[in-house]
Design a protein around this ligand. Structure first.
Ligand code: DHB
Ligand code: MG
Length: 226
């Protein structure tokens, strides 16, 4: 079968403008080599996260779902000196692979890894009264996303930006009767965003994407008020 056209285009974009270095390529390869699921963001998507964080001038980044640290490295590289990225991962084996990848990329000084369920860590961060995060990337289990969003809202400030990966799920987000728990989670996230829009607290949109990971999308959320 011929290669899908969006794979060809992703390869072209990666080879021309994305500019992955050896540490990022190795992070991708070692994650797959260690048996982690091949669900990391693509190089072009990693670069998008890096650009969004830079455009926003993010200094404190929170990531849910470290996996092998590929998106972590992109985001950490967007930080200015003294910036901090906290990343939460449920699976110890993934976090160990991520720690090696993050160290090789030279960003361990800026990255704090936390191991365990996202909801527990979000609650703990709130209880610790940490400074608000100005950029959040949600990429953990999709069914949990509505709960994570509500907890994340206790950890941000007006003008913070939240990005959710996987908010379209092959189009299943458009089907109210989808049996896919992840897609139902993303529907529920949209419902929460709808009520927040009515209250004037969050502004958001979802953009559908195709590429090397197939058909999915990102949701971009701006905190107007908390
Ligand atoms: C899955 C998870 C992801 O974060 C992703 O980007 C793609 C797929 C999954 O669990 O299937
Ligand atoms: Mg994802």
């Amino acid at each position: 079968m011929s290669e899908r056209i969006w794979d060809v285009v992703d390869d072209f974009v990666d080879e021309t403008i994305v500019g992955e270095d050896d540490a990022l390529v190795k992070a991708r390869e070692d994650s797959v080599g260690a048996g982690l699921p091949g669900i990391a963001v693509t190089p072009a998507q990693g670069k998008l996260l890096y650009l969004l964080a830079r455009i926003h001038g993010a200094q404190r980044i929170l990531e849910l779902g470290t996996l092998g640290g590929y998106s972590t490295i992109w985001l950490a590289r967007a930080l200015p000196p003294g910036g901090l990225l906290v990343t939460v991962e449920l699976e110890e084996a993934y976090a160990e692979v991520a720690a090696r990848n993050i160290a090789r990329a030279g960003v361990s000084d800026r990255v704090r890894q936390r191991l365990g369920p996202a909801a527990e860590h979000l609650g703990a961060l709130s209880a610790e009264g940490v400074e608000p995060f100005d950029f959040v990337f949600m990429d953990a289990d999709k069914a949990g996303t509505p709960e994570y969003l509500e907890l994340v809202l206790t950890l941000v400030r007006p003008a913070s930006v939240i990005v959710s990966d996987n908010s379209v799920r092959d189009g299943k987000v458009g089907d109210p009767d989808t049996p896919d728990a992840g897609a139902q989670g993303m529907r529920r996230m949209h419902e929460l965003l709808a009520s927040a829009r009515e209250r004037g607290t969050l502004s958001s949109t979802t953009i559908q994407t195709v590429g090397a990971k197939g058909y999915d999308g990102f949701t971009l959320i701006l905190v107007e008020d908390v």
